[in-house]
Design a protein around this ligand. Structure first.
Ligand code: OAD
Length: 264
């Protein structure tokens, strides 16, 4: 840990002051924010990639090898995601969206909890588990048919339907990543929440923000691969720390949103 990274258990006066001045906020989230909703992360001891091998489940080659296994695994994850409810962390981010002049949530999560929490200005960098498209012709699954084996297939070309998530070896969708990079570059404050910060290009966003002058803060229950690059690391559950930030911003009068900074 760099000696320049403050190690805290609650937001510092410096962060609250930065938020007070900020007109542009960018938040990056990872699987840790959904832990308090009962969903698993990927790399913690009980994480998905500790139990399953991603090369059996999260590549196009794996899907073509065994579409039944992969469709079944993603259907089970979809059901878990649908039965989970947004937690205090997701709801706090929705409030940050409502309170900020310029705001973007960049999530690596595919569980749809941010959307269900009401966050409007967001990009889903790794796609969305509730979308499906044909692995062959790329058409979305508006009309699907079932194969004799019960597999979900494209009504147009009979190809198998794959989940609308980004798999290993695939490029991120261009437009969401451009929006994320732009928001990181213009951010006054950048919050990195509940991510191990090892999967690029998402993990590069706080670095981009810092290079462009943002105050960068990590919120995590333990240090990540990039904690040493942050101005502050706040150690605690996202569902407890994020509401403290919102409480502070709500107490400000007037809200930044009502006094847009026209110089940016
Ligand atoms: P990881 O599983 O790699 O990291 C989850 C992080 O959440 C860890 O750093 C935990 O310490 C932290 N954490 C756990 N509980 C928390 C809590 N209550 N509050 C705050 N933090 C908490 O998940 P990601 O970083 O999201 O990609 O993984 C990145 C990508 O790797 C995923 O989007 C996925 C995966 O392969 C694709 O599937 C393309």
């Amino acid at each position: 840990m760099s000696s320049r990274t403050a190690h805290l258990t609650e937001p510092s006066e410096q962060l609250l002051g930065r938020l007070e001045q900020a007109t542009s906020l960018c938040v990056l989230t990872g699987a840790g924010i959904s832990v308090e909703s009962g969903l698993s992360t990927f790399r913690d001891p009980e994480g998905l990639w500790e139990k399953y091998n991603p090369s059996d489940l999260a590549t196009e080659a794996a899907f073509r090898r065994n579409p039944k296994l992969v469709q079944g695994w993603y259907q089970a994850r979809l059901e878990q995601a649908i039965s989970a409810q947004p937690n205090a962390g997701h709801l706090a981010i929705t409030e940050l969206d409502e309170l900020s002049e310029y705001f973007l949530l960049v999530t690596q999560n595919v569980d749809t909890l941010h959307t269900r929490a009401g966050t409007k200005r967001l990009v889903e960098l790794h796609g969305n588990i509730s979308d499906e498209r044909c692995v062959d012709c790329g058409q979305p699954s508006d009309r699907l048919v079932f194969s004799e084996e019960g597999l979900r297939c494209c009504a147009d070309c009979n190809g198998f339907l794959r989940p609308g998530v980004v798999w290993f070896g695939e490029t991120l969708p261009t437009e969401p990543f451009e929006r994320a990079s732009e928001a990181a570059s213009r951010a006054d404050v950048f919050l990195s929440v509940g991510t191990s910060s090892i999967v690029y290009p998402a993990a590069g966003l706080p670095l981009l923000a810092k290079q462009n002058g943002a105050f960068v803060v990590e919120i995590n229950v333990e240090p990540s691969a990039l904690s040493h690059t942050m101005h502050e690391l706040i150690l605690g559950p996202a569902g407890e720390i994020l509401p403290l930030l919102v409480e502070h911003i709500r107490s400000l009068q007037p809200l930044n949103k009502l006094e847009p900074n026209t110089s940016r």
